[in-house]
Design a protein around this ligand. Structure first.
Ligand code: 13P
Ligand code: SF4
Length: 305
């Protein structure tokens, strides 16, 4: 079968077997084309609550599939590829955060959604890159312990100086690999381009940007802008997606190192095999974990609007 035939078969099978396919914006175009919904982590978690189908296939990384399961425990939730984890989500354990919590009992624990379901059970509220500032600004407590991404936490602190945001050492290895010198090189090569970056990038990178936002934020900014050239400081797929969608504009990846192997683990054939043979990774979480983790995700949705 060629790509078109595989895609047609996936579309037929997902209808026949009552599947909804959700895809994060970092997925490749052949996957985005067959998805029922594509978006950033916040949009995907909202969508997870609304899908009418009994089966949900998440094309992304494990914490995204766990979020769907937490919000729709009655559904069968599949992860597109068993190896697709997010290294940042697994950086901190429940025990470690429990110890920190004992040390700072008066702090509100804000967890980036890129965390395991288990870790979410001891946090107060979740945020995503697109909702973090809005959500933290609405918390009554000014003392915030932000986990695990110190770069996103530092970005929130810079936007909300009245808050006291305590950070731990964690973050995305892909985005954190980009340094100020990479920005200098890219800007020298493309002096007329606007710099758009994800808040998982280091502060030294965010400070130089014309826009800092989530994957959807970057896509929307670039599509709606009258500018013609953009340097894209997030996973390399966003620059390719934009180039396809806006052929009259130019998009340059901030660095060729911006590749998330985990987000790239899923192939069209993985999706085909799950639908055809029901042989994928089904997300299993116990009731107690779901109930506790759900509190901080529900709070995010409530405050995120
Ligand atoms: P978004 O919330 O912007 O989709 O980001 C998810 C992610 O994993 C970025 O690396
Ligand atoms: Fe995780 Fe970074 Fe990959 Fe996003 S880009 S999924 S944060 S490792």
């Amino acid at each position: 079968m060629n790509i078109q035939e595989i895609q047609n078969e996936i579309i037929r099978l997902k209808r026949e077997k009552d599947f909804c396919i959700l895809a994060h914006s970092y997925q490749t175009n052949d996957i985005i084309e067959i998805a029922d919904f594509t978006g950033d982590s916040y949009a995907l978690s909202r969508k997870a609550k609304e899908t009418p189908q009994n089966n949900v296939l998440m094309c992304g990384v494990r914490f995204m599939a766990e979020t769907v399961k937490i919000l729709s425990p009655e559904k069968n939730v599949y992860l597109s590829n068993p190896t697709a984890g997010c290294p940042m989500a697994e950086q901190m354990t429940k025990e470690q955060i429990h110890t920190v919590k004992m040390k700072y009992p008066d702090y509100t624990i804000v967890a980036y959604i890129n965390t395991t379901a288990e870790l979410k059970t001891i946090c107060d509220v979740c945020v995503t890159s697109s909702s973090a500032v809005k959500i933290v600004s609405q918390l009554n407590n000014n003392k915030i312990l932000f986990i695990p991404d110190c770069n996103l936490g530092a970005f929130v602190q810079a936007q909300l100086p009245s808050k006291n945001v305590k950070l731990l050492k964690g973050g995305c290895p892909v985005h954190a690999s980009i340094k100020a010198k990479d920005v200098k090189i890219a800007m020298k090569a493309h002096p007329n381009a606007k710099l758009l970056v994800h808040p998982e990038c280091r502060s030294e990178v965010c400070q130089k940007a014309d826009y800092v936002g989530s994957t959807s934020g970057i896509l929307n900014y670039a599509m709606n802008s009258d500018e013609k050239e953009f340097i894209i400081g997030t996973e390399i797929s966003i620059a390719s997606t934009l180039q396809m969608q806006c052929p009259d504009k130019r998009f340059y990846p901030l660095s060729k190192q911006l590749i998330c192997e985990n987000m790239k683990a899923t192939t069209l054939m993985d999706i085909y095999h799950i639908l055809k043979h029901d042989e994928g990774t089904v997300i299993m979480l116990d009731e107690k974990t779901i109930a506790k983790a759900r509190m901080c995700i529900d709070r995010m949705i409530e405050l995120g609007g």
